[in-house]
Ligand binder design. Structure first.
Ligand SMILES: Cc1ncc(COP(=O)(O)O)c(C=O)c1O
Length: 393
């Protein structure tokens, strides 16, 4: 870890006055506003200038009328996915979608009839449960199996038990939020075989895919086999990596022509596949060699942040075990050794240490005893947060 050197990611940015959910929804979610925000998954890093410059150039034009998708948009996506993940996709497999959570909701409406079921694998990103339920579809849980290091694996034995003939869809978090797992190829192959045999569509949410750490690789689900390609819908986006969630820049990739026709004709019918003006501009500015260099610097800072949290916990917070993520900027904190129930644990973080972290139980009851810590922030802010924790403990 480089010591005593400041860099672009050390800059502390005041988000007040920008309607940031991280601050504006503190009261609603935590009952108080005097908290440091390490919860919702956007980072404290400035969106890189090559993206803001590209948008600014467009803003200089005096008219913001109806805008066609740039012919350069899809080739830029195919190029990025091939270079970053070795997955060769065709331009016609792709369409813009207005957000990945919305994409999940739309796919459920197209493919899962009322009365049919959606499989999720908790602990997992909570909209995977909330969106099907809010759409009146039943959710079937196949809890992940915990490993000794605090990470997880897919429980295929239980999956066989719970996946009945009403199950139409499985939502996979790849890489996994909250535990930062890069699923191994064998797991993805096995899951593809399992789902293809049962006519279950896999939604592979790959929003964190460009943030593999420690020299490891993200494997797109659909790339592992023909069966995987044929049974899946993949969602990706530059939003997490480049901190542009507010630009809404996600896209869908569907190799199977039948699934594609069903999904994309529904999107088209509702004009949900039409990008808004700034989304392709920001995406094309991000998915460049310059973007890739920035991405690597940002991830190197994240790796140092992870080491920093690990060292601090080891030396000062023995009851808290950070589960090392293999991707992205979220750390799953195993706090079970503190011996607190979930209400006491949340009270410790929120009311005593004045820190807004996600309550682990929101990702499923398997998340009890955990908190999710967004460490995509300047290290000085992490030091302040961890110091507060050590003081109240
Ligand atoms: C796994 C996962 N999917 C989707 C989202 C949100 O995506 P969007 O803002 O495109 O709906 C998040 C945000 O935290 C996420 O972690």
């Amino acid at each position: 870890m480089k010591q005593n050197q400041t860099c672009e990611f050390d800059r502390i940015i005041d988000r007040r006055g920008s309607d940031a959910i991280a601050l504006e929804r503190l009261e609603e979610n935590f009952g108080t506003t005097d908290l440091m925000p390490f919860w919702i998954a956007d980072t404290g890093f400035a969106t890189p200038e090559f993206i803001t410059d590209a948008m600014r150039r467009r803003l200089e034009h005096p008219i913001f009328g109806y805008t066609a998708e740039s012919p350069a948009y899809r080739p830029c996506l195919t190029d990025w996915v091939a270079k970053r993940h070795g997955w060769h996709i065709e331009p016609e497999w792709i369409t813009y979608i207005p957000g990945i959570v919305k994409g999940i909701g739309m796919a459920i409406n197209v493919f899962v009839k009322p009365g049919e079921k959606v499989i999720i694998q908790p602990p997992v990103y909570h909209p995977f449960r909330l969106v099907p339920e809010a759409n009146g579809r039943e959710v079937v849980a196949n809890p992940l199996r915990e490993l000794p290091d605090g990470s997880y694996e897919i429980d295929f034995d239980n999956l066989t038990q719970v996946a009945d003939s009403d199950c139409r869809m499985l939502i996979l978090c790849n890489p996994h939020n909250p535990a930062g797992i890069l699923w191994p190829r064998e797991t993805l192959e096995r899951l593809a075989d399992f789902c293809a045999e049962r006519d279950i569509i896999v939604i592979s949410d790959e929003i964190h895919c460009d943030m593999a750490l420690w020299g490891k690789k993200h494997i797109p689900f659909a790339s592992v086999s023909e069966r995987a390609a044929n049974c899946s819908i993949t969602f990706q986006a530059p939003s997490k990596t480049f901190n542009i969630a507010g630009i809404v820049s996600s896209f869908s990739i569907v190799p199977n022509p039948e699934l594609r026709k069903r999904f994309y004709s529904w999107l088209e019918a509702n004009e949900l596949n039409e990008p808004h003006l700034l989304a392709p501009i920001a995406t094309m500015a991000a998915y460049t060699d310059e973007g890739n260099e920035w991405r690597k610097r940002m991830l190197s800072y994240i790796e140092d942040n992870i080491r920093f949290v690990e060292e601090f916990c080891r030396d000062n917070l023995p009851g808290i075990r950070p589960v090392r993520p293999d991707a992205s900027f979220l750390i799953w904190l195993d706090c079970r050794a503190l011996g607190l129930n979930q209400t006491e644990l949340v009270d410790l973080f929120v009311n005593k240490a004045k820190l807004a972290l996600n309550d682990g139980s929101m990702f499923g009851k398997q998340g009890e005893g955990h908190m999710r810590f967004n460490i995509g922030f300047p290290r000085a802010m992490l030091l302040e947060a961890l110091t507060r924790l050590s003081q109240v403990l």
